[in-house]
Write a protein that binds this ligand. Structure first.
Ligand code: MN
Length: 176
């Protein structure tokens, strides 16, 4: 059964007990792209999967042009709350530099990829983004180039949202 009864009996503004955690069934999963001006500028692409942010560092940033295959290096999972983080990581700390939210929104897997963990395990995830800049269908494919560990390829799939001219995320300002 659901946690409705638990929630109905309690006012979480007044009790220290935990509110039921929203599940993906009750709200849409989020994605965020953070522009990270660290040792080298890159874009951190993060998808909410089962309560964490699955993360990839994309050196050139995502593209809305389906001809672009963008290297995406899988990095460690981040907490969901990281999706709201913007600020400066001090010198000497891991990832020192400025983080800004470049795009954010919701996402969902393609029907064939409803089991996202399994799709990621297999190395192919077909999905839809609903952001301000990134919109429509994308695919992530594990490539495992011998010289780049944990490497994936991020590519826009052809649909009505594509951009056919050159697309450079580095030239598109982060959100204000
Ligand atoms: Mn980063």
């Amino acid at each position: 059964m659901s946690l409705k009864e638990y929630a109905r009996k309690r006012d979480f503004d007044h009790t220290p007990e935990p509110a039921p955690k929203e599940s993906a069934g009750h709200r849409k999963q989020i994605f965020v792209v953070q522009e990270h001006d660290a040792r080298s500028l890159h874009f951190d692409f993060r998808l909410e999967v089962n309560g964490v942010l699955k993360s990839w560092a994309v050196p050139k940033g995502p593209s809305m042009n389906p001809e672009d295959k963008r290297l995406a290096i899988e990095t460690e999972d981040h907490p969901l709350s990281y999706a709201h983080f913007e600020g400066t990581i001090p010198e000497g700390e891991y990832g020192a530099g400025t983080v800004r939210i470049w795009d954010h929104g919701t996402w969902e897997p393609d029907r064939e990829h409803r089991n996202v963990e399994q799709s990621l395990e297999k190395g192919v995830l077909d999905f839809f983004l609903h952001g301000r800049k990134l919109d429509g269908e994308f695919i992530l494919i594990r490539t495992d180039y011998p010289d780049v560990k944990n490497s994936w390829m991020l590519q826009k799939k052809k649909d009505d949202e594509v951009v056919t001219k050159a697309y450079d995320a580095r030239k598109i300002p982060a959100e204000a």
